[in-house]
Design a binder for this molecule. Structure first.
Ligand code: NAP
Length: 335
């Protein structure tokens, strides 16, 4: 099968290449696509050099599946045209809330892949993907009423440019030089910024509303979710402090067992120094790690968790490739 990656030179695109290299998918030709500035560049795939093509002249009829990870504006302009010729798995936020486009985390709602109308499938926001994969087994067992979460998100969530800027700002800070932020609203080095994406309704940011709306779409519209999203000065992996209120009672032992047996989840929770997961350990791993599992005794049936995952993998590249794998395994559900 022929596959294309649009945005192949970016953070997520490069991760998709890495993930595809490790998978057993039989790819005949991999087409790498980006902006005109990258056209002609060479990127290795399975030891072979692949030349980057310019998106404006790329013919999507050459491929069966195209992964798009070049931002919402590019998806808005190119995805529907591409979807006339191939199946598109879109990483941007552009189609996520479109009622005719399934929003998928394969471990959570693979059945929604049976309803592909526009030939487009959306990949969720990175903070949502790692959250719902943990919420799913708990919701099945105890029915979630409400979730309150605060995120600690790495700069790679914003793309490659913010990663470069964090390193540059850190050097300037250590050299006692002036810092002028370009990709952030304030200094990010040695700081925390409670603002990701633009401001939307009633003081919430779009990133916070994405977590609410996408969780409802993927898991259950009845779940209430309130989020505070914060950018912190680390390169990769997002962390989330999560408070959950269930309808039914639970035991900590059973929660641990459920999560540890859930596909894509791994419990690291030893209640001692270092007995929990941090972003550095999660980086480069496929699992979403769950630590600090404890009862919230201030409410009935309340649970507190700490969740960490590689945002470029579960939150983007791995999830997108697993969507493709699920489709291939199920023979595209007859389409
Ligand atoms: N980072 C995450 O954790 C994450 C998680 C989930 C979803 N996403 C989504 O994935 C998308 C990509 O994110 P990223 O972090 O990979 O961003 P990035 O590192 O900034 O990469 C952007 C990519 O888009 C390409 N691009 C930009 N303008 C283009 C144009 N006019 N025509 C064709 N290609 C163009 C760039 O190509 P050039 O190198 O040629 O400019 C590059 O390959 C975004 O929609 C983002 O919201 C990201």
């Amino acid at each position: 099968m022929n596959i294309a990656i649009v945005g192949a030179t970016g953070n997520v695109g490069r991760k998709i290449i890495e993930v595809l290299e490790k998978k057993e998918l039989s790819i005949e030709n991999l087409f790498l696509v980006a902006s005109p500035k990258s056209a002609g560049k060479k990127i290795l795939f399975k030891g072979k050099e692949c030349e980057v093509s310019d998106l404006t002249s790329f013919d999507f009829a050459k491929v069966k599946i195209a992964f798009f990870s070049a931002g919402g504006k590019i998806s808005e302009k190119f995805v529907e045209k591409a979807a006339k010729k191939c199946l598109v798995i879109d990483n941007s936020s552009y189609y996520r809330m479109d009622p005719h486009v399934p929003l998928i985390v394969p471990q959570v709602n693979p059945e929604a892949l049976k309803n592909i109308n526009k030939n487009i499938i959306a990949n969720p926001n990175c903070s949502t993907a790692q959250l719902v994969i943990v919420l799913k087994p708990l919701h099945d067992a105890y029915t979630i009423k409400r979730v309150v979460t605060s995120t600690y998100q790495s700069v790679s969530g914003g793309g490659k440019a913010p990663m470069d800027e964090l390193i540059e700002q850190t050097k300037l800070f250590l050299d006692n030089k002036e810092i002028k932020s370009q990709n952030f609203t304030k200094q990010i080095a040695f700081n925390a910024i409670p603002h990701i994406d633009t401001f939307a309704d009633e003081g919430y940011t779009k990133e916070e509303l994405k977590m609410t709306n996408e969780t409802k779409k993927i898991l259950d519209p009845k779940i209430e979710l309130s989020a505070t999203c914060v950018r912190i000065p680390i390169l990769v992996s997002h962390s989330e402090s999560v408070n959950i209120e269930f309808e039914k009672s639970f035991t900590i032992e059973k929660v641990r067992e459920l999560l540890d047996n859930s596909s894509g989840c791994k419990v690291i929770d030893e209640r001692k120094d270092g007995g929990y997961s941090t972003p550095i350990e999660a980086t480069g791993k496929n699992e979403t790690f769950i630590s600090r599992i404890r009862e919230d005794k201030t409410i009935t049936n309340g649970l507190n968790l700490w969740i960490v995952s590689d945002n470029l993998l579960r939150g983007a590249a791995l999830n997108a490739v697993e969507i493709a794998e699920t489709l291939i395994k199920n023979k595209f559900y007859g389409k």
